[in-house]
Structures are given as structure tokens and as C-alpha cells.
Write a new protein. Structure first.
Length: 287
């Protein structure tokens, strides 16, 4: 006699076998339980027929140039998205609006040129973000990661970045690892604040020996600790044209204020003296 639980176990085994065999799996992709892997399949577009309960989607090493926001929004339970080595560019604003549970996002080795506030603003649960090896990435807006307060690992290595505003990174309370190596950092006085933050923060910088200046020529290939010392000396003692204008204005204001004060004091003294003299003459006439 078969046990009462046997039909249930057979049904479960059948469902698991269906999942393992790739039922309802996108063409040229392999599917396992809650995972879809389309690595290296020469895909030109975002795959269709992805199971709606997918948690992990791997699209690495394809030719995808666009992530459709609508199709992504159907994958509301997605927590892991690997899109490295594709041709994704500047059409990512609002692309992730429907995958708020996303924890891991890899966009390395693509064609990103900028990161704006709208790019990742809806990824409130994001912990790991890799946008390294995007050689055309030249700008990250000041508030680009303002909503990514859980971000713990950020990699912007090997890009075209020359500058990064300190507040962009400093205001990430959970950040523990930051990749900055092999970028084209322009180490001028405007960058001093960021370098000082690097030296004082508790964030770990992997491959720190390759976080060096690219310009100006006099600082090229210097590591950040040495650069900080030089910039502190040159930037904090150097006066620019606007500084001289400011000092001249301050000096003029002080001179003008002093002149006016002296004139008022003299006028008051004359008035007092005249008043005192008139008083004495009146007393003499009364006598």
C-alpha cells in the first residue's frame, strides 16, 4: 500500500524536474530554481519569457545594449543582476524602477558615460554595485547614490573619471569597500577634499597602490598620501586672482570704515567744543 504522502512527493519531484529541465526558460538560456543564466549566448536583446519568480539573472558576455524597464519590472523579486560585458550605455535612467529588491548589480565592462540621480535612485536595497571598466564613464552626479543608503561595496575602477565629489561617497553610511584604481584623477586643489577624506575614512580601498594621479604632469603616478601632502602645501598657501580681489575689497572696507570713524569722531569733538564755548560765553554774560 502506498503512503498518503507519496502523491505529494511525486508532484514535488515532478515540479523540480520541470524547473531543472528549463520549462518556460528563455531561448539559449539555462534555468535552475529561481535562477536564469544566459552567459555568453550572443544575445542582442533582453531575453523574453523569463520566469516571473526569478531571483538571479545573469546576462554576462552578450551584446545587449538596452534594459527595458517594463520587462524588468515584471521581475519584482529579482535580487541579483549580472550584466557585465555588454554594450549598455546611457539609457539606464529609470530602467530599474521596478526591481526595488535588487541587492547585487554588475554593470562593469559596458559603455556607460555618466551616472545620474535617476540611474539607481529606486534601488533602495542595493548593497553591491560594480560599474568598473567603463572607459567612457566621465561623470557621476553629486547625488547619484543619495537613495542607496545600504550600499556597502562600490567599484568605479578603470573608468574615465577625473573627479568625484566628496559628498557623493561620504554620505553613504554603510560603505565599506570602494574601488578607485586606474582612473584619470585630476589632482588639483578641488580634489584635495576627496583625498583628505580617503586618508581619514574607515573605507577599504582595494588595489590602493594603483590609485594615483593622472594630471597634472608634476603629480602623475603619485599615490594619494604623497599627493595630499603636496596639495596641502600648495593649495593652502596659494592665492588666486579672486583671493587678491577679496583682500583688496576687505582692505578698502577697513580703510573706509576707519576714515568715516575718524571723521565722525572729529565732527563730534568740534560740535562738543563749540557747544562748550557757547555755554561759557552765556555764563560770562550772566555774570
Amino acid at each position: 500500500m502506498s503512503s498518503p504522502g507519496r502523491p505529494w512527493s511525486l508532484s514535488l519531484m515532478f515540479l523540480l524536474r520541470m524547473a531543472s529541465e528549463g520549462i518556460n526558460c528563455p531561448s539559449r538560456c539555462s534555468c535552475q530554481y529561481l535562477e536564469v543564466n544566459c552567459t555568453g549566448q550572443q544575445l542582442q536583446e533582453f531575453p523574453v519569457d523569463i520566469p516571473l519568480d526569478t531571483r538571479q539573472l545573469i546576462l554576462a558576455a552578450n551584446n545587449v545594449s538596452y534594459l527595458p524597464a517594463v520587462e524588468l519590472s515584471f521581475l519584482a523579486d529579482l535580487v541579483y543582476l549580472d550584466c557585465r560585458k555588454n554594450f549598455l550605455g546611457d539609457d539606464l535612467d529609470f530602467a530599474f524602477i521596478g526591481v526595488a529588491k535588487l541587492v547585487y548589480l554588475d554593470l562593469s565592462f559596458n559603455n556607460l558615460t555618466q551616472v545620474t540621480f535617476s540611474t539607481f535612485s529606486h534601488l533602495f536595497s542595493l548593497v553591491v554595485l560594480k560599474i568598473s571598466d567603463n572607459p567612457n564613464l566621465v561623470a557621476i552626479e553629486k547625488d547619484a547614490f543619495a537613495n542607496n543608503t545600504w550600499l556597502r561595496h562600490l567599484d568605479v575602477s578603470r573608468t574615465g573619471l577625473t573627479f568625484l565629489d566628496t559628498s557623493t561617497i561620504r554620505d553613504l553610511p554603510s560603505l565599506r569597500l570602494l574601488g578607485l584604481s586606474d582612473n584619470l584623477w585630476h589632482c588639483n586643489c578641488s580634489f584635495l577634499d576627496f583625498i583628505t577624506w580617503m586618508m581619514e575614512s574607515n573605507v577599504h580601498f582595494p588595489d590602493a597602490d594603483n590609485i594615483t594621479c593622472y594630471t597634472p604632469v608634476g603629480l602623475r603616478a603619485l599615490r594619494m598620501p604623497a599627493v595630499e601632502a603636496q596639495l596641502h602645501f600648495s593649495c593652502l598657501t596659494q592665492l588666486y586672482k579672486q583671493d587678491y580681489v577679496f583682500l583688496c575689497l576687505v582692505g578698502f572696507c577697513i580703510f573706509f570704515a576707519g576714515t568715516m570713524a575718524a571723521w565722525l569722531a572729529g565732527a563730534c569733538a568740534v560740535i562738543y567744543k563749540v557747544h562748550a564755548s557757547n555755554g561759557e560765553e552765556e555764563e560770562e554774560e550772566e555774570d
